[in-house]
Ligand binder design. Sequence first.
Ligand SMILES: [Fe+2]
Length: 262
Amino acid sequence: MNVIWLSDPHFTHEGDVLGHDPRVRLRAAIDHINAHHTDARFCVISGDMVNRGAEDDYTALHTQLDRLSIPFLPMVGNHDNRALLRQFLPLPDTCMSRFVQYHVSTPEGLIVCLDTQKEGSDGGEFCRERRAWLTDVLEKAEGVPVYLFMHHPPHSLGLPMQDTGKMEEGAAFLDLVSKYECVKYMFIGHVHRPITGTVRGVPFATMRSVLYQAPAPRPDWDWESFSPGQEAPNLGVLTISGTSVTLQYEQFCSYQRGVRDQ
Ligand SMILES: [Fe+2]
């Protein structure tokens, strides 16, 4: 089973974001998927669907995502407006009533998309209500492999500026997920960089943004010196088969192609 993974499109219906046009970048990603990945089961988009959380952005985003030849699963990030996302983007029936948190059954296991948004903050949280929902899902998984998608990382990744925006009480989250052998992988957005590793024995991967990339942590940088976009965007192609998981980071356009006037 193949699953396409996009992250952080920061879509706007007009204008640009840090010198890049999110419409151009997302269109390139969709064209690439429609040309090469029509066999994928769906496309997960791990948050920051829009850049400012406005109604016009969600409606225009939905129109653009409707061009996808495969279904898409939207997720909430710190830039999103949870209520507008729920109103304007389609969500599975399993979705919690107050959050953008749901699961999808597949022949290769359960895809679980978590809501790590803390309203009014760039950092994340995973409150008692969401944790109870996840606990219930993991208890009932009974040996079915579980793949977790989330926006905020629960732990530090060696990125000095983004690490401050990780999930609050991430240790409690990791206490929970590392207890369950059915949790096979965590796929994380938010940081706009590709990183892989393990935490508490659980493998994880992060993803480049559809729009602009965060620089590597060396040489040191801060938000003052931040100059995004020197690297081209990627999408992820996940192949899940039995006990094996492969993630291909795949470039779908050049760095230049994302600039405003094209
Ligand atoms: Fe983002």
